[in-house]
Design a protein around this ligand. Structure first.
Ligand code: CA
Length: 237
């Protein structure tokens, strides 16, 4: 039986990093193609239809964010940013443009491979969405989000979220494994006219954590990407 290999396009101009990524991904069963500038990358995305794109933001001929913007007008191919730009604004911008994840250089191969698996699983099968659609639940560890009854339990015990707290947890559960930006959350939860002040999210999150986390200072279920947003744990964590 021929196993389908996922094809990953690396868009990166640093030959050392390309070499490193290429061998790491090939060893782990991926087909790898590369582009060292934005112009050739755009052509390759059209002609080769990769299953996932690893994208450096600092390219010689264009900004990687322009590639995300352009790619998102016609395809949902997962885009994982790998960049030396490490500010909160850089991450939030790329994610809001439609990147699926963001890794700051330097990063370890274990983390890279985990993020790739999550991003592939998400767009391919949307495992969480399927589970939610079929069973009306999302489960990770001892945490269970029941989308029909609108309750969250931990170890079988209802943690008694308020309606707004439930909506926040439910939204993160639908995108488990992915960083969801504050901006996206505010818009999804309170509409396009929502305030851009994420203080309300922080207040709700503090209360949510007291209810769902065994130790709120060491979150196991909802992680904070400081200055960017939140990520619900998935089976990859
Ligand atoms: Ca670069």
């Amino acid at each position: 039986m021929r196993v389908h290999k996922n094809k990953i396009l690396i868009i990166e101009d640093d030959t050392g990093i390309i070499r490193f990524l290429k061998s790491c991904l090939a060893e782990n069963g991926y087909d790898v193609i590369t582009a060292s500038n934005g112009q050739s990358a755009m052509g390759i995305i059209h002609s080769h239809c990769p299953d996932l794109i690893l994208l450096d933001l600092g390219l010689p001929d264009m900004d990687g964010n322009d590639i995300i913007r352009s790619v998102r007008t016609w395809t949902k191919v997962p885009v994982v940013v790998i960049s030396a730009r490490s500010t909160e604004d850089d991450k939030a911008q790329a994610l809001d443009l439609g990147a699926d994840d963001y890794l700051t250089k330097p990063f370890g191969t274990i983390e890279l491979l985990a993020r790739i698996r999550t991003a592939l699983r998400h767009t391919r099968t949307t495992a969480e969405d399927d589970q939610i659609a079929l069973q009306g639940v999302y489960t990770v560890g001892e945490l269970n989000i029941d989308y029909r009854k609108h309750i969250v339990t931990r170890g079988g015990v209802n943690v008694s979220l308020t309606p707004n707290e439930f909506r926040i947890v439910a939204l993160l559960g639908r995108h488990a494994g992915q960083v969801i930006t504050y901006k996206y959350m505010l818009r999804e939860l309170w509409g396009p006219g929502a305030s851009s002040d994420n203080k309300i999210l922080r207040v709700h999150m503090a209360s949510i954590r007291r209810k769902i986390e065994p130790d709120p200072d060491q979150p196991r279920y909802i992680f904070t990407e400081i200055g960017v947003g939140y990520r619900m744990a998935s089976d990859e964590d």
